[in-house]
Design a protein. Sequence first.
Length: 296
Amino acid sequence: MKVIIVGATHAGTIAATEILKIHPETDVTIYERNNNFSFLSCGISLYLDGQVNRLEDMFYSSPEELRDLGAKVEDNHDVLQIDAVNHEVQVANMVTGKVFTDTYDKLVMATGSTPVVPPIFGIDNAKVLLCKNYQQAQEIYQASEKYHRIAIVGAGYSGTEFAEALAKTGHEVQMFQSGGQILDNYVGKQMSDSIVDMLAQHGVEIFLNHRVTGFNGDSEGNLELETAGGNYQVDAAIVTSGFVANSDLLHGQVEVEKHGFLLVNGHMQTTNPDIYAAGDCSMVRFNQLVGQPIPR
Ligand SMILES: Cc1cc2nc3c(=O)[nH]c(=O)nc-3n(C[C@H](O)[C@H](O)[C@H](O)COP(=O)(O)OP(=O)(O)OC[C@H]3O[C@@H](n4cnc5c(N)ncnc54)[C@H](O)[C@@H]3O)c2cc1C
């Protein structure tokens, strides 16, 4: 049995580990476009506020460890296409540029999610940072060492976490949110109001109903945020306006939920029985009352 796993942060790393522990005879190949595996994004804010001393402690596996388990590990490899009918993947070696085709019996999609990049003017300014992987975490940490006034654009879970961490470390933090409350996927307005008050007590300035519409940079390196409610000068900005599932490779080949998540059954199988999906790229139907996934 030949299994190809695409992506190796959490879903891919765990899939490879479990397959090789339970069925060590399986021929497992992992393709990952980064050169590091298993980075815990939850450690970023802990590193920013000093609870974690080394960002490198936020890994629990590595390409070497998975090779030792018996996997063929291809880091710096980007999967460009998947042909579900012929069980083929087209892959680019990002170091040599060589593009080749590989085949599978079973495929595990563990391609995760990517920060939403709002299509606004100046988003490509070097002082506007995104946050998910190890490299982005390093950039945010370096910015926090260098800059004092930092804007957070988007007050979801990670934005709020960063606001807390940066306020704790003496930064001037301004958080911009397009709607009338923060953490709107998690709590109601009343709870949001209490959290806004708590953050304000810790020095975080929160601008509700302030959609950021652009980032203006000048030749001296200043950064200005344009919002519906006025313009604000900051030293750097972290954009945390959500995540989008990396599922494009399978669009049109398996059933995809309206936000782009790959739909899976209780066995984590997509609507193509030879393709499994797990982690941020997938969505499982889950009934909290029953406490288990509902088979499709
Ligand atoms: C700031 C922050 C804090 C968080 N805190 C928590 C927390 O406290 N608790 C919690 O449960 N979750 C937390 N999360 C969410 C958690 O990080 C994600 O749920 C988790 O990373 C999902 O893992 P994954 O393996 O599904 O996908 P990802 O982590 O998105 O990994 C997908 C991998 O696939 C690779 N890839 C994608 N496409 C290709 C391709 N075509 N070819 C090759 N490789 C590809 C990518 O390079 C990546 O390494 C946090 C996230 C952030 C950003």
